[in-house]
Design a protein around this ligand. Structure first.
Ligand SMILES: *[C@@H]1O[C@H](CO)[C@@H](O)[C@H](O)[C@H]1NC(C)=O
Length: 247
């Protein structure tokens, strides 16, 4: 995936943070419904944390990669799946334990074009949030574990942030994608469109005035996409985490 260096930097920062306390911690890792390679990078991080005496629980989702279980002492994994028996959720396989199917062909052909944005994926994200947040039993089980901290892969994963908040956990955001546009626009990360080109703008590293203007327009459009995403996810979060929202 994009951002290997940044992923290692994030890994380093998380490790540095978690190595400093003297006592062992209990860490919850929350993946989005489709995390591809992130499952493996965060697994490497989890193994590092276990080697330093921490306990790690991972919540990940069944996908078309069918990664084997971590099968590592100190790492507990829950592999969840969205129920799509009736086939009403787009972009998922039609089965009781469904997997997200990445539109690979479209991505390779025009993955950096606006026209490749699969609009119906908002419905899939809504279904993912519902599936995560409606599991009262799982939530109670996680609550009883009394974790110290959550590491959340924040790629379209607002609902996992809400879950961590509902469990009363501070979260560390993990990001392993291009660092302009998307969720990072809503973090304190500094990536102004005047100097950081968005992947969809196709602008070079050093931009002319007109390229900067175009890049700003693309950043604005990215905000529109993100606001739609937040509307979809907030709807589910308000519905399933009333306590968290009230608090
Ligand atoms: C999955 O959905 C179908 C249809 O809505 C339902 O009949 C079935 O009981 C569900 N399965 C589980 C495990 O919840």
């Amino acid at each position: 995936m994009v951002g290997g260096d940044r992923a290692s930097l994030a890994t380093f920062l998380v490790l540095a943070l978690l190595m400093s306390p003297l006592e062992a911690g209990k860490i919850l890792v929350l993946h989005p419904m489709y995390a591809a390679s992130h499952v493996l990078t965060l697994r490497a991080l989890a193994k590092g944390l276990v080697a330093r005496g921490h306990e790690v629980t991972v919540l990940r989702w069944k996908d078309t990669h069918n990664y084997p279980d971590a099968n590592h002492p100190g790492i507990k994994e829950h592999v969840l799946a969205i129920n799509n028996t009736d086939g009403t959720i787009p972009r998922l396989t039609v089965e009781e334990r469904a997997s997200f199917e990445m539109p690979q062909e479209l991505m390779w052909r025009k993955g950096t074009s606006w026209t490749a944005l699969p609009v119906d994926t908002f419905l899939t994200v809504g279904a993912f949030c519902r599936s995560l947040l409606e599991r009262e039993q799982l939530r109670e089980e996680l609550r009883r574990e009394k974790f110290d901290i959550a590491i959340v892969d924040i790629l379209y994963n607002e609902c996992s942030l809400a879950l961590a908040h509902d469990l009363g956990l501070p979260s560390i955001g993990y990001w392993a994608f291009t660092f302009a546009g998307g969720e990072p626009q809503y973090t304190t990360a500094f990536s102004p469109p005047s100097s950081v080109p968005l992947i969809l703008s196709h602008c070079p590293e050093v931009m002319s005035f007109w390229e900067r203007l175009w890049n700003h327009f693309v950043a604005f459009s990215s905000h529109v996409v993100m606001q739609t995403q937040f509307a979809v996810t907030s709807y589910q979060i308000r519905h399933y985490c009333r306590r968290a929202v009230a608090g």
